[in-house]
Design a binder for this molecule. Sequence first.
Ligand code: BMX
Length: 314
Amino acid sequence: MKYIGIDIGGMSVKAGVVTEDGAILAKKTCETNANAEDTIIVRDIADLIDGLLEESGVSKDEIVGVGIGSPGSVYDEKGVIRYSCNINFKNTPITKLLAEYTGIKNVKVSNDANCAALGETMFGAGKGAKNTVMLTLGTGVGTGIVVDGKLLTGNRSAGAEGGHITINLGGATCGCGKKGHLEAYASATALMNQIQDACRKHPESLLAQRVAKEGVSGKIVFDCKEQGDKVAESVVKRYLKYLGIGLVNYANIFYPEVLILGGGISNQGDNIVKPLQRYVSRNVYGAEYNPKIKVACATLKNDAGIVGAACLVM
Ligand code: BMX
């Protein structure tokens, strides 16, 4: 059996042919025409699928279905992307359009973090678990919640927007315009801002010197901390503290077996898992009496979006 997974992002759309074991047979990418008419964006995706099948030598008849993951508010049951703040989707009937353009009837869509959570739960860091919460730490903070093996998405799938829980009343402004949300503290975007703030305040630090030479990145702050830079250490400590608060909130509500962290920052592995594991284990309600909640980094890495989207039609 073969499936197609589509991972829509603000910059690019990634497509892959995925097997029932979650392996990717072939991949292809195109630019996201984010400001174009939504029908043009969907046409581009249809063309991408055609190109992918042609290059991989897989025929359309072999494809069981196409799953799509997109940032924003998605009405899964209706196959509609209601709204996405940086891509021109507005009540776009994406599954209907894509089925029409490709001739593949079975097309499903969900939020990008929901897809990542599904992929990691079926084939990645949450394999074997029935309850997981995944956080994608990227432009924003996306969350996907799996309860008893199924995605929990709320009324008409408008929920599971866990980046928008308030962790600091009146705090930093979130991408959505409200204040104090987890996304404003724990996204990769937020980490970049925190690094730049620290560099402005401490131009003498190793962090500031390296950022001036190499540009800002999440990796640089962990590298500088490793080299003993105190400024980098305090940026990392603060970042992990807010992320930890978010994790404990999810842990207390959903009590999953595994809390999974995705996005580029998850490449830090133990550098983030160890302190976060300590924080969660200390602060979750009734920790001494309840089962341990494991904190883990995503294992599907950049492929989580493609594999997870394909899981929608498995
Ligand atoms: C935002 C929101 C979520 C999304 C999350 C992660 C939009 C466009 N996005 O909170 O729906 O899951 O960001 O998105 O409204 P990413 O762009 O970081 O992958």
